[in-house]
Each structure stands twice: as C-alpha cells, then as structure tokens.
Design a protein around this ligand. Structure first.
Ligand SMILES: [Zn+2]
Length: 152
C-alpha cells in the first residue's frame, strides 16, 4: 500500500479549525477531510471548485484522488459546512456556509459587534434543524448588551 505523506504546508492553524468544525457537525475528522476543509478556512471568502482544491493539495504535496474530494465536498454540503456558491459552465464552486448564519453580540453603547458563529450552540441548532428536515434560509442570533469597555 502506498503511504500517504501527511500534509506539509497544510499543517497550519486552519487544520485545527477544520477538525473542530467537523467534530461539531458530527463528521469524522479524517486526514483528507481536514486537509480539504482547511483550504476553505485558509482562503476565506473565495469560492473553490474541486479541480482547484485538487491542485492546491497537489501543490502542497498531499496526494489525493479527485473522487475523494468530490465525496468530501458533497458530505460537507449536506452537513451544512459548505454551500454551493454558484455553478458556472457546469462547475460547482463551493464556499464556507457562513453567510446564512449571522450570530453576534452587539454593544448598545458603542455598537461594537463580535461574531459568535463558532459557538457550539450555533452548530447544535444547525444540526437539530437539519434533523427536522427544515431548509434554512437564514439563521440570526443577536445578543444585545454592553461591552466590557463601555462598562468601565
Ligand atoms: Zn461598547
């Protein structure tokens, strides 16, 4: 059996983000899933298609079959981790499924906003709603209060 080398340059902080994201949505955090998802965390808002993901992994000395990538992104979409951003010439572009979810704390004094979409609570809501076979258009949660700076 051919030994698959661990990712080199992909061993950055995004791998941790990807692993905890997979765990929170109840998916097994395999090496290849972590590698694929960490690319999305690394590139931020850019949309990616499977061939591009394949190229990035190849360039990072991470051999992987394109079919593995297809399977992983399908799984990520059904788990709500990724969304299909657009389809151009039959090619699907994927992106992190974040814009559907706006969860934040807002200070009513200074207006500062902080994203709280990484809370386990948010993932839990997504998962439960998915179990109910409910197709979510938007998820918003806003906690209004006074920040530490404004209280002192
Ligand atoms: Zn404030």
């Amino acid at each position: 059996m051919r030994r698959i080398k661990p990712p080199k340059r992909l061993e950055f902080k995004e791998a941790g983000l990807a692993a905890s994201k997979l765990e929170r949505v109840g998916l097994l955090a395999t090496k290849s899933r972590i590698a694929i998802l960490s690319i999305f965390f690394r590139i931020g808002l850019e949309k990616l298609h499977v061939t591009r993901i394949y190229q990035i992994l190849q360039n990072n000395d991470y051999p992987i079959a394109q079919s593995t990538i297809y399977n992983a992104v399908d799984l990520f979409v059904s788990a709500g981790v990724l969304a299909i951003g657009r389809v151009t010439d039959g090619v699907s572009y994927y992106e992190l499924n974040e814009e559907k979810c706006i969860s934040q704390i807002v200070c009513r004094m200074c207006g500062v906003r902080q994203n709280i979409s990484d809370l386990p609570l948010i993932e839990c809501c997504r998962r439960e709603v998915k179990k109910m076979d409910f197709d979510t258009d938007k998820f918003t949660l806003t906690i209004i209060g006074v920040c530490k700076k404004c209280r002192t």
